[in-house]
Ligand binder design. Sequence first.
Ligand code: ATP
Ligand code: MG
Length: 422
Amino acid sequence: MKYTAPRGTRDLKDREAQAFQALEESARRIFQRYGYEEIRTPVFENVELFKRAVGDTTDIVEKEMYVFEDRGGRKLALRPEGTAGIVRAYLEHAWDKSGGIKKLFYIGPMFRAERPQAGRYREFWQIGAEFFGNPSAQADADVLLLLQDLLAASGLTEVKFLINSIGCAACRPVFREALLKYLDSKQGCLCDDCKRRLARNPLRCLDCKKDMAHFSDAPKMRDSLCGACQAHDQELKGLLTSVQFPYEEAPCLVRGLDYYSRTVFEITAPGLGAQDALGAGGRYDSLVKTLGGPDIPAIGFALGMDRMASAKYGDSLSAGIQPNACSRIFVALAGQGTGMTGFRVLQDLRKAGCTAEIGAPGKSLKAQMRWADAWKAGFVVIVGEEELKRGRVILKNLQKHEQKEIEIENLKSEIEEQREKS
Ligand code: ATP
Ligand code: MG
């Protein structure tokens, strides 16, 4: 039996693991600047939470969730997205009772049983944020500016912000009617999914990956917005323009999750092929209430880290890592009774901040040198039986092909000196 990672999953390694690390670091720095705190919610939750939050008629709930029963008979699901769990936590910890304002971010894996393809996995990672308690367009602008800073800090500047308003419970039914009428006239060219959506959730047709091109003349939500939604939209655009924030209006943009209202947005990047959405988000003013809390507005987003890494590094993402050779030191043992000193030298080097490794006792010096080479060492410290009697070791500089015998006490200063010269 040969084991492989489950379909649609992969090991994050080499350059990709490094890229994820860098993305996390820059994201944390920017979140702090905007006053967000980190939250780490469970990877699985009660399945009902997702059904209620994400919506029964969404693709996620209908066909993409990993649902299972635990040994206690509880119905659980691996989280397909982050917002539902965070709203659950927000209410569970009664943050709604202490003023209601809360800015939270998360970084972690999500799970959806989708058809795997380039940029689409069954386990993928998201960096996301939720901003609770501020109903105004100023919060929307705050979130978009954070996103712009975060993407720039991650080296992603060639991105497009697409923005739309999908109205609220008061004005969306009017739009829904107009859209239904339109889609009805298009019955002939709808895909099977859209025919199903037509009955249950017609707005979702606009998000169809197959039929999108046919819908360019569909009615636009913008034309049905109520006064309050229109004012919100105008205020947001005014704020964005005042700080020269570049965005595009996307009158057909809707979101795949049910909980959105008013502002929705998507971020795309060139060079990603069919899966060009780096991230998406929007306002969800009724979700806290839907999940049993008070009437508290919120806005959030999620960025796909897998796609961010791929937008940044392209094909080189699968390459191995080339460590900075002169930063690595290998301690080789040559002869009887050298193990103890070698081990001490190793730990001294590590304490001084060096990346250091040691050869296995009993292996020949030749075998240890091969290992040092494969490990991309810049220096090898040979702890030899003879030299040790004089309190000395041999320092080999692998890049310069030079070696010299030095006092153990001078090892660190000698390495530093040689590094500075190279
Ligand atoms: P898509 O239109 O690509 O299916 P979505 O609308 O399902 O995306 P969201 O649920 O809004 O996406 O998630 C936000 C981001 O998470 C996406 O823009 C994308 O970058 C990433 N993402 C979503 N699903 C996957 C997946 N299966 N594999 C990799 N990344 C994903
Ligand atoms: Mg999707």
